[in-house]
Write a protein that binds this ligand. Structure first.
Ligand code: 7PJ
Length: 273
């Protein structure tokens, strides 16, 4: 199966590693914007060296409890990084749910849109339909500000599956070819530990929707709950989760620890039938 992603056609007969690049100046003291730019570009180049197949660049944290940032702030963060990296040998994904950020990022050289809102924002379908960008449609329940307060499902896998099927239908109806689409159950986005585990166990069911599956579990709080480890100490748990995802049919894993994930997948491939 090939994933059409802007200038690229990714061969998903081998699982791919998407490396996370955050451009969020919050963690830097005064004058943070330039520092965040430098740090993000340096980090991106390191992830490419480590074997990343895609870079996912985001300027707004969608972690539980995170505050939204304005469109202008997000543009100011991500555009210089995309412009600087444009022309690298792997696809650049823009992690955003804002149509104007999608449009500007794709014009600046991004090849893919990773949308935690599954193109439900007003105008988002139109913006991407006019392009050749690859698109990740992710499921979430609620908004990042409150989604972990009381997630509720009758049958989480069935409901997430139905949602993603509907969003795939909306995307294809807007003129987006199936080859450009990938789906993601959205681990941690309005899900309890039990919901997340049920989704991971049943990940294979999502591949039956006919498009590749992306899984993002890296450093997430469910891994903290299982292991008792703080966010900076979840690499082993994250790699285990990435390997399980791939074994259950994921074609792309979204990770912080690219080098270690690449090694683990090499070992898995060595014994794959
Ligand atoms: C995901 C994401 C994910 C996709 C984030 C974090 C939270 N995009 N963006 N899937 N998670 N497609 O990395 O902890 O799971 S932000």
């Amino acid at each position: 199966m090939f994933f059409h992603c802007g200038k690229f056609k990714l061969d998903l007969s081998q699982p791919k590693v998407m490396g996370i690049v955050n451009v969020t100046p919050d963690s830097f003291s005064d004058g943070g914007r330039h520092l965040a730019f430098e740090a993000a570009v340096e980090h991106a180049r390191r992830l490419i060296e480590e074997g990343a197949d895609i870079l996912d660049i985001g300027g707004e944290s969608t972690r539980p409890g995170a505050d939204p940032v304005s469109e202008q702030q997000e543009l100011d963060r991500v555009l210089p990084v995309i412009e600087e990296l444009a022309g690298i040998s792997i696809p650049i994904s823009i992690d955003t749910y804002k149509p104007e950020v999608m449009r500007a990022a794709l014009a600046a050289g991004a090849d893919m849109v990773n949308d935690v809102n599954a193109l439900q924002s007003e105008g988002a379908l139109d913006v991407v339909a006019k392009t050749t960008a690859g698109i990740c449609l992710m499921h979430k329940q609620g908004a990042p500000q409150n989604m972990q307060q009381q997630p509720h499902y009758q049958q989480v896998s069935v409901e997430v599956n139905t949602f993603l099927r509907e969003r795939l239908a909306a995307a294809t109806a807007a003129g987006i070819a199936l080859e450009r689409l990938i789906i993601d159950p959205g681990f941690g986005f309005g899900k309890s530990l039990e919901h997340n585990l049920a989704l991971l166990k049943n990940l294979h069911a999502f591949t039956l929707l006919g498009v590749p599956v992306l899984a993002g579990l890296s450093r997430k709080s469910m891994l903290g709950t299982i292991t008792g480890r703080e966010v900076g100490d979840r690499m082993a748990a994250s790699i285990a989760a990435a390997l399980i995802s791939v074994q259950r049919g994921a074609s792309v894993v979204r990770v912080h620890d690219v080098r270690a994930t690449v090694d683990v997948l090499k070992v898995w491939r060595a014994i794959k039938e």
